[in-house]
Design a protein around this ligand. Sequence first.
Ligand SMILES: [Zn+2]
Length: 268
Amino acid sequence: VPEGHSIRIHAKEFASRFGGEKVTLWSPQGRFAEGAALLDGQVLTKADAKGKHLFLGFDNRRWLHVHLGLYGKWAFGPAPAPAPVGQVRVRIESADSYADLRGATACEVMTRPEVRDTMARLGPDPLRRDGDRDEFVRRVRARRRSIAELLMDQAVVAGVGNVYRAEVLHRARLSPDVVGSALDEGTAGALWDDLSVLLRDGVRRGSIVTTVPADRPPGSRGARPPRAAAHYVYRRAGEPCRICGTPVATRVVAARNLFWCPTCQAGG
Ligand SMILES: [Zn+2]
């Protein structure tokens, strides 16, 4: 599942390619034909993201809401657009650009109140100006589930996925099993602060890098480390922890593989 930084990048991409442009919007595959008809020929006025949700606003006060889910993908390119290939749910075209959506979990037309409701159901997003650190701390500390579960709960924090979950917990040297209600305000707030740093860095890079150069193997300490050196624990099960050498552990938590170091992350 793309994490919040990817969706923020998509919103920026839509703003720069289609912002203020009258667009042709249709459903080559046909599954979204009715929705597309409501947006076709309108000017795209706003591109916004909260967590893993993308919202495109049009000048007839309708919005396109997209959640990519596990398999969804946007593809962008310059005009003229080629003939659609495969199951293209939505194609958006301007004089200069096109964007194709495939395989999304949610693709629907919304009114402004529906957009507001959808956003209100999500927890604070560290990438948004209205992202509320105190609200995150309050939501974490009000719950008795483990922090590894809470970080995957989009009603606690919006935009964090499996990579950021594992990495932020390792960077904090925090056990994934600590329950939210056992965390003090400082520890919970520090998780928010680090997520803000990591997500913003992800938007800038277009990829997730959580390791600091000194913790990477020699030869991987440049500004653009290879994928194998980019993370502390994510997808490194059985490999030595970069800090202490203990083999990285894994198990399923909240339906996804969690990775952690049993030595560095023993407490909290
Ligand atoms: Zn370790």
